[in-house]
Design a protein around this ligand. Sequence first.
Ligand code: AMP
Ligand code: MG
Length: 536
Amino acid sequence: MLALPSGVSPAVNACPACPARLAAMARLARPHARTTLDDALPSAHLRRMDASLPSIPFDNSYARLPDGFFARVRPTPVAEPRLLLLNEPLARDLGLDVGQLRAPGGVSTLAGNALPDGADPLAMAYAGHQFGNWVPQLGDGRAILLGEILDDAGTRRDLQLKGAGRTPFSRGGDGRAWLGPVLREYVVSEAMAALGVPTTRALAAVATGETVLRETALPGAVLTRVARSHVRVGTFQFFIARGDIDAVRALVEHVARRHYPETLEADNPPLALLEAVIAAQAELVSHWQSIGFVHGVMNTDNCSISGDTIDYGPCAFLDDYDPETVFSSIDRAGRYAYRNQPQLAQWNLANLAQCLLPLIDEDGERAIALAQAAVDAFDSCHEVAWQRRFAAKLGLADTRPDDAELVRDLLDTMASGHADFTLAFRRLSDDATTARTLYDEPAAFDAWHTRWLDRVADDPRPASERAAAMQRINPAVIPRNHRVEAMIVAAVAGDLEPLDTLVSTLADPFSGDADASELTTPPEPGERVTATFCGT
Ligand code: AMP
Ligand code: MG
């Protein structure tokens, strides 16, 4: 056995998407016929080869993998699709025609009511550790991959409908999504992209005209998610748990070609792939930390091999800086707290390493030694990335040995002074006298600020250049949780204005216009929203 990183809090909480909860939800929901692989038969509601459907240049490499990797399944049509949001810049990047997507055939496609030519819809198989508990079969229970498109830059991207109906992996669930999680994922994933963080993207949100039963009846919606791929650590775990080494080998090859082609040339390609994923995840988590992002559900099935942020269920951003912050209502042990994210990513990667052992070396002992060294290297990879990002946030053009302490001391003063994380960094680069007003006790900030002024006096860049560089990486706006929640409440009541404001302001989070937005304001004590939900 590979040694997993220690000190991770025990697995005590089940995800609300667990079979028991889904079974309870299903009892509430309309009875569904069980979806099987035979459902790939033509359906009266679904049209193919229809000239009015958007033309999408699909090239479906995942669908060419062996049978056990997925189940072919068509989306279940919805009653009355209505386009709520279309991400036109992303559509153009993908080489898609915005007019076609907005037309009835496009909306039908984005709702799962019609299949454009070349789509090969399927649900991917995967397993995973949810809050540390092993679940041998998860899989796309409410998401259906329509296919992959190659964009102008030659990047292959998945087009997936989330909330598209039941699949053979739905267990007791209804395969649907309600409007709240769909809009949360749209807004937050697009904000992350604008913040420069590697992430899945949101192409569209469509209201279904149907209700979804959760604790109460809620409006249904479908999100079109775009990703460099949807392969997760849990995809590898699915096959290794079944002893299917050939499948793991095929998956390594697929992922290497798609995301890390340089590893194919390495002496030990599976080990090189593991190292590449570890480096990508170390970068990713440091990026999250640098913007105060708490992912909230870092299960192995939500840890993407491409190094992109995936699964925007219970995620939220820090307001006041408190490293113990946990938003997810089910994370009672604080497993996925802001502070624990690097360690949990490493835990997930140790699980990936475990899957790759038989391919890394025939000699088990040697395989373990090599994999362990790769997993251990996460710490230094992450520390280097973290220091580089936070030094840049402080406007330091180069990093020096003492800089990490300067950063940590600032974070400590922010924690004890209950300072707003985003605004403290933003104001530091702008007008430090307004930064001090964020603190309960500004004296602690003042002492730190004097040290910072001494340090930057030594920095080669002129002050104006430094300030401009800081403004380019310290955002003025983030999707604050109270705003996201208020937007969802408004949208459910039929008011989409807060949604439009969030989407447009968060598209340019570093601009002077963003500084002027009311979205910069932290919540008043009574406005704070401290609990989030898995998005089921
Ligand atoms: P998530 O919390 O999104 O990571 O989902 C965990 C697992 O639960 C995945 O296998 C999902 O496909 C499945 N799941 C979540 N919500 C539903 C739903 N409404 N219907 C069917 N499966 C679901
Ligand atoms: Mg997930």
